[in-house]
Design a binder for this molecule. Structure first.
Ligand code: ADP
Ligand code: MG
Length: 254
């Protein structure tokens, strides 16, 4: 989806060190309302650390993160309030195994103190949205991978977030299920103008989401732009490697 120009998240010279090791080496980025940003890069390049920094699951060791204009790296800010506006979707779903679909989706609303009737209505709405009608009372162990991720997405949407942060959300799924989950995410993006930041190492995912891409290497964004121009004119060796991967994949597919 195209952006309407409003900045949702602005990251300024973001740094994260784990002891002597610098996982993020000064990232400056703007994420606009309604866009889908895909972050790619080799394993260990800092993608997850970057994403987890956006809602302060990793506390940055330098720089600033402005969420809707508020510097959330400022210690005086109530981070829990802002975190509710950032839904997270994980590679391995992170569901509560002893709770049903319904209960998993309801959980974060219960924590947030949402009234019971309101929770029930929202759960029903979300179950419908992610295509899990009829499976409300199933336990995660009774669901396929794709269905588990649908629960993960519904749960992430529960508190009406402004952004979905997806860390390898399709990496544990087969290609066909990956497609279905990406279709769901794109549908949610278009219907609600919901911003999505999505990490992947799969070129298949990048090709499907034709929006903006940022390429990370060694804790930095080394190249970015709209998917088409980045992949037709890759500037960095690391990006060229990914492009080669894409064309190989395309050949295998046809
Ligand atoms: P990616 O998601 O791109 O694979 P990560 O952000 O997970 O990369 O990790 C980037 C680098 O930071 C890796 O070298 C990783 O080992 C290191 N790292 C990540 N988390 C920690 C941690 N909690 N402690 C020490 N090093 C970490
Ligand atoms: Mg990662």
């Amino acid at each position: 989806m195209t952006t309407n120009g409003d900045v949702l998240i602005r990251v300024e010279n973001l740094q994260k060190a784990f002891g002597d090791f610098h996982a993020l080496n000064g990232i400056t980025e703007e994420i606009h309302k309604g866009e889908v940003v895909v972050i790619i890069g080799p394993s260990g390049s800092g993608k997850s650390t970057f994403l987890r920094s956006l809602n302060l699951l990793e506390v940055p060791t330098g720089g600033h993160i402005y969420f809707e204009g508020v510097d959330i790296t400022d210690a005086k800010v109530d981070i829990d309030k802002h975190r509710q506006k950032m839904g997270m979707v994980f590679q391995h779903f992170n569901l509560l195994w002893s709770r049903t679909v319904k209960e998993n989706i309801a959980f974060s609303m219960q924590i947030a103190g949402v009234p019971k009737a309101q929770i029930q209505a929202r759960v029903a709405e979300l179950v419908e949205l992610v295509g899990l009608k009829g499976r409300e009372n199933a336990y995660p162990s009774q669901l396929s991978g794709g269905q588990k991720q649908r629960v993960g997405i519904a749960r992430a949407l529960a508190n009406h977030p402004d952004v979905l942060l997806c860390d390898e959300a399709t990496s544990a799924l087969d290609p066909q299920t990956t497609d279905q989950i990406l279709d769901l995410l794109l549908d949610i993006n278009r219907r609600f103008n919901l911003t999505i930041v999505l990490i992947t190492h799969e070129m298949h995912v990048v090709r499907k989401i034709c929006d903006r891409v940022a390429v990370m290497e060694n804790g930095k964004v080394v190249e970015e732009g709209d998917v088409l121009s980045v992949f037709t004119h890759p500037q960095q060796p690391i990006t060229r490697q990914f492009v080669r991967q894409v064309s190989q994949y395309a050949e295998e597919e046809t």
